[in-house]
Design a protein around this ligand. Structure first.
Ligand SMILES: *[C@@H]1O[C@H](CO)[C@@H](O)[C@H](O)[C@H]1NC(C)=O
Length: 265
């Protein structure tokens, strides 16, 4: 059991020991609280963590300036990674834009440098870094409308299978536990087999004639008034036979079970 626990603990620590450096200095407007994920992070910080994961460097999402036309730069050929070329990252950065009072850019603009083979719509293609969590609304598909729609995303309920965050951990834990139980069962089975074999050997040594003993017990026959061998044995002493020995003989003379009256209409 210890090995299983150690594996589970290591799986959890590994996400933490690969420290991602992500930050933001965005302050979202009040009213965008629904965008905050289960870890209390605004979308600007969530997408910073996702971007940092593929970039392998620290990532900062800086606050937009007061010019309302300003928006975040879409992935360049250098930063067009699996972590950013997906609608989840696009929704997050768009929400980060909207929560500062700016207008979101279209998905086609965000994804213009994304090779088709690494572009994902409606899901996040990689395990989610353990320092963050993807909020459910970020799985909303912006491709039919073309641009992030805060109202539509806000009322969107993702399918359970879309949130890959807990899936990777649950999968690892379930795998570890099932593997551990299977291993334990194997060891227990082997020990049980050893134990039985040792006992069988010891029994054979103590009773060498055991295998030649034949059971001298006659099989039990049901009581049959025509077969004297099934009659209850009479006590050998001269006490009067108890009533019990005679009762079965009387009881057995019963009428047939089948219906013997006139045929029913
Ligand atoms: C956010 O950080 C960027 C880069 O460090 C800086 O230029 C900008 O002034 C900061 N904005 C705010 C609102 O702190």
């Amino acid at each position: 059991m210890w090995s299983v626990l150690v594996v589970i603990v290591l799986l959890h620590l590994c996400g933490v020991c690969a420290q991602l450096q992500a930050s933001t200095n965005v302050t979202c407007f009040p009213g965008s609280n629904w965008m905050i994920n289960s870890m209390g992070q605004i979308p600007c910080l969530v997408v910073a963590y996702l971007s940092a994961d593929c970039a392998g460097t620290s990532w900062m999402v800086a606050a937009l300036t007061d010019s309302l036309t300003q928006s975040y730069t879409f992935p360049t050929p250098d930063t067009a990674t699996k972590c950013r070329c997906n609608t989840v990252a696009y929704n997050l950065i768009s929400a980060c834009t909207v929560c500062q009072g700016h207008a979101a850019s279209p998905w086609s603009e965000w994804s213009q440098n994304c090779p088709a083979q690494i572009t994902t719509v409606g899901s996040y293609p990689l395990p989610v870094p353990s320092q963050t969590a993807i909020p459910g609304w970020a799985y909303w598909d912006p491709t039919p409308s073309g641009t992030f729609d805060a109202l539509a995303a806000h009322s969107f309920t993702p399918l359970a299978s879309q949130s890959s965050h807990s899936k990777s951990h649950v999968g690892a834990i379930v795998g570890g536990v099932v593997g551990g139980i299977a291993g334990l069962a194997l060891v227990a089975g082997f020990l049980w087999w050893l134990f039985r074999r040792r006992n069988a050997k010891r029994a054979a040594a103590n009773h060498p004639n055991m295998s030649q003993v034949t059971l001298n017990v006659k099989p039990l026959k049901p009581y049959d008034p025509n077969d004297p061998s099934t009659f209850p044995t009479t006590p050998t002493d001269n006490r009067p036979a108890s009533r019990a020995t005679t009762v079965p003989r009387i009881l057995v003379a019963t009428r047939p079970v089948g219906y013997s009256g006139p045929a029913e209409v």
